[in-house]
Ligand binder design. Structure first.
Ligand SMILES: Cc1cc2nc3c(=O)[nH]c(=O)nc-3n(C[C@H](O)[C@H](O)[C@H](O)COP(=O)(O)OP(=O)(O)OC[C@H]3O[C@@H](n4cnc5c(N)ncnc54)[C@H](O)[C@@H]3O)c2cc1C
Ligand code: SF4
Ligand code: SF4
Length: 380
């Protein structure tokens, strides 16, 4: 296993080790921080527009696909080492099923609307002043957006299944801003934020102002370039109101149209557009978040699975429940067992993919975990 720390290196290294190696998740953490990288939405890739001659760079340091010391991050965020109990779904202070009681949120949300409900509770209680979210543009491309009220939160509800460079928006926050922030993201985006929490960025926004991190569960995301082209060729994008995969993993990828019609695409026809980097991803439940949210699964469609990991996570859940905005029920133990099994399977498969990529069982590229944990995952 590599022994470097969360090092700062030149953008050339980021380009070679991450972008050109198929590891880039398009999280956006290197964008805005560095003038030399831009996203190329048409190709679904980060584009380097010039050569940087610096031999260090925060673009490299906070990329979730450069060396990430999982144990160091766990100690920083949760005050515990990354031990065997944490393999799979990570730290669990509490876990339950939840859904919103707010009809405006219900009508826009992806599943149970718990994410939007928690964010609204945090804004209304003054726990945060603004939320960095992912919003789809009129042509359904995802991008970062700062929401400061209910209407703006509602405009971000629902999933884009494409990777969006949302963290570019975090990098756009001025260094002297005092606004308290929440951020919502996919596990790879939350990993970049966790690296910033572990080693705060210099001369940029104040990472201590990020008071709440909400992570989404994630199996995979689609490449904006090729998937978007496919959608454009086959559908009128302006008519789509919602994307959904009814069961994770499901058999169809559904498009809900303004007319009320539902278009079903065979999931196998969509898989070809999965971002290559997702086959190297070892986090299904956003393990570094304060609170992680996924779909309720088959019997609990319209509900969310919620995992509370930190004090901040517990606080926002309490705020939402106190207002009567969030309805909860216990999670069946077998659901948690299934979730943990799926998460470990994802880790195992993708660690093997990382070994194939590097050509060595000792080199997991970005993933810094202890050998004893690695052995446990591979044996399971
Ligand atoms: C690409 C992707 C893959 C997923 N895979 C799984 C899975 O395998 N299993 C599972 O249980 N759940 C998965 N989820 C999570 C699930 O689909 C719901 O997002 C989650 O249950 C929250 O539902 P909600 O009704 O509370 O969300 P809402 O209240 O509707 O809020 C949705 C939130 O998601 C954010 N968002 C939307 N699109 C993106 C995006 N592309 N990138 C980052 N943030 C985004 C929005 O900013 C908003 O804050 C996935 C989500 C995405 C985006
Ligand atoms: S994974 Fe994120 S930070 Fe790393 S190169 Fe890709 S967009 Fe940049
Ligand atoms: S599978 Fe991993 S790398 Fe891919 S979008 Fe989800 S969190 Fe990011």
């Amino acid at each position: 296993m590599s022994t470097t720390t969360m090092a700062e290196k030149a953008s050339q290294k980021l380009y070679d080790e991450v972008i050109m190696s198929g590891l880039c998740t398009l999280c956006g953490a290197c964008l805005g921080a560095c003038p030399y990288f831009k996203v190329n939405p048409r190709r679904g890739k980060i584009r380097r527009i010039d050569i940087c001659d610096r031999d260090e760079g925060q673009c490299y340091q906070y990329c979730p696909r450069t060396y990430t010391d999982v144990d160091a991050i766990y100690r920083k965020i949760f005050g515990v080492p990354y031990g065997e109990d944490e393999i799979g779904v990570g730290v669990i202070k509490d876990a339950f099923l939840a859904r919103t009681t707010d009809s405006d949120i219900q009508s826009k949300a992806q599943d149970g609307g718990s994410v939007t409900t928690l964010l609204l509770a945090a804004l209304q209680a003054g726990m945060v002043d603004a939320v960095i979210e992912t919003k789809m543009s009129a042509d359904k491309s995802p991008g970062g957006f700062i929401a400061r009220n209910k209407e703006e939160l509602l405009s971000c509800a629902g999933n884009s299944y494409e990777s969006g460079a949302t963290l570019e928006t975090l990098n756009s926050v001025p260094p002297d801003s005092q606004e308290k922030l929440a951020i919502v993201g996919l596990p790879c985006q939350i990993a970049a934020v966790a690296k910033m929490k572990a080693e705060p960025p210099r001369n940029r926004f104040n990472i201590d102002n990020v008071k709440l991190v909400v992570g989404l569960f994630c199996g995979w995301a689609l490449t904006p370039g090729s998937f978007h082209e496919f959608l454009e060729q086959n559908y009128d994008l302006s008519q789509i109101v919602k994307f959904d995969i009814p069961h994770h993993p499901g058999h169809t990828f559904d498009l809900y149209m303004k007319s009320g019609k539902k278009e079903e695409i065979e999931i196998e026809d969509v898989r070809q557009f999965i971002n290559e980097s997702c086959s190297y991803c070892c986090d299904m439940t956003a393990q570094f978040a304060d609170v992680s949210v996924g779909s309720g699964r088959a019997a609990f469609r319209g509900w969310n699975t919620v995992i509370v990991r930190t004090e901040a996570g517990a606080k926002v859940v309490e705020l939402a429940k106190k207002k009567g905005a969030l309805e909860t029920q216990p999670i069946p133990p077998e659901n948690l067992v299934h979730l943990k099994k799926s998460a470990i399977n994802k880790m195992k498969t993708n660690i093997q993919n990382l070994m194939k990529l590097s050509g060595s069982e000792q080199d997991l590229r970005y993933l810094g975990i202890k050998n004893q944990i690695l052995d446990k995952i591979l044996q399971d």
